[in-house]
Design a protein around this ligand. Structure first.
Ligand code: ARG
Length: 259
């Protein structure tokens, strides 16, 4: 995670970001801290990367890299406003002993690449390039399932789909192209389908540890849908950080050590 010390909305690279709307640094920090403390309480180890002044989006650490089996493929951002984040993540991973490389193709890390345990679900349409999918396949040696996003509000895969455990996901079908909807329906016939209202409060930008699922407290139906399947939903308020277009998942990059 990366503390939102320098969080503010000074530019707009997604429909959620409106620089004319004021942000509160204190409120962003307290929401982020609640998420941090919750992860620790649930028994997870949280490592921190040092925030860099002038990089207000660095709080969305999910975009910093994709990490599977001890290897980190560090992001190459689509927008120049975020380019400066890559060196910070490269440094962090190298210093901490991970096998590290920066992506050659536009690749926004776990924003678009979600590991399910046997494949990587790979988003494209707005941010990560389709060519980045081949690079993911080669670097991690795992199959990649390409998914195309079509609604600009859901510009990263992790805003429209969450991996709950090795076999299950929840997603908002309307965020995907008709072909991708078919792929998802076939691969995950029992998936939780989020309605438009829950998707619009970033209900799918959830962090799951396989049991607990941290979801925005504004989501109405998802907590019940999760409970029905044996998950334990834990509500959180991330509305300040949503002004930058991110929620709990965007603020969390999962580190998967070598198996
Ligand atoms: N302002 C950031 C951007 O548009 C938000 C990133 C959200 N992160 C995510 N994993 N979806 O790039």
């Amino acid at each position: 995670m990366c503390e939102p010390t320098f969080f503010e909305v000074t530019y707009s690279i997604n429909p959620w970001m409106d620089p004319s709307r004021p942000t509160s640094n204190a409120r962003g920090l307290s929401q982020w801290k609640t998420l941090h403390d919750l992860l620790v309480e649930l028994g997870h180890t949280v490592d921190l990367v040092e925030p860099v002044a002038g990089l207000p989006d660095m709080v969305y650490s999910a975009n910093g890299a994709t990490v599977v089996d001890g290897r980190a493929l560090v992001a190459r951002f689509r927008h120049e406003q975020r380019e400066g984040e890559s060196p910070a993540y490269l440094d962090w991973f190298r210093v901490h002993g991970w096998e590290t490389r920066q992506a050659e193709r536009v690749n926004e890390g776990e924003g678009d690449f979600l590991y399910t345990g046997d494949v990587v679900l790979a988003g494209t349409g707005f941010r990560s390039a389709p060519e980045a999918h081949d690079e993911i396949r080669e670097f991690f040696g795992v199959p990649v399932v390409a998914l195309t996003l079509v609604d600009p509000r859901y510009y990263h895969l992790d805003t429209a789909l969450a991996v709950l455990d090795d076999n299950e996901v929840m997603y908002h079908p309307e965020a995907f192209s008709p072909e991708s909807r078919e792929v998802l329906a076939e691969r995950f016939p029992d998936a939780i389908v989020a309605d438009a209202e829950d998707a619009a409060v970033f209900g799918l930008n959830a962090v799951s540890d396989g049991l607990h699922v941290i979801v925005p407290e504004q989501a109405k139906r998802l907590p019940g849908q999760l409970r029905e399947r044996g998950f334990v939903p834990v509500g959180i308020d991330m509305t300040e950080l949503l002004k930058g277009g991110g929620g709990a998942k965007c603020c969390t990059l999962e580190l998967r050590p070598a198996r």
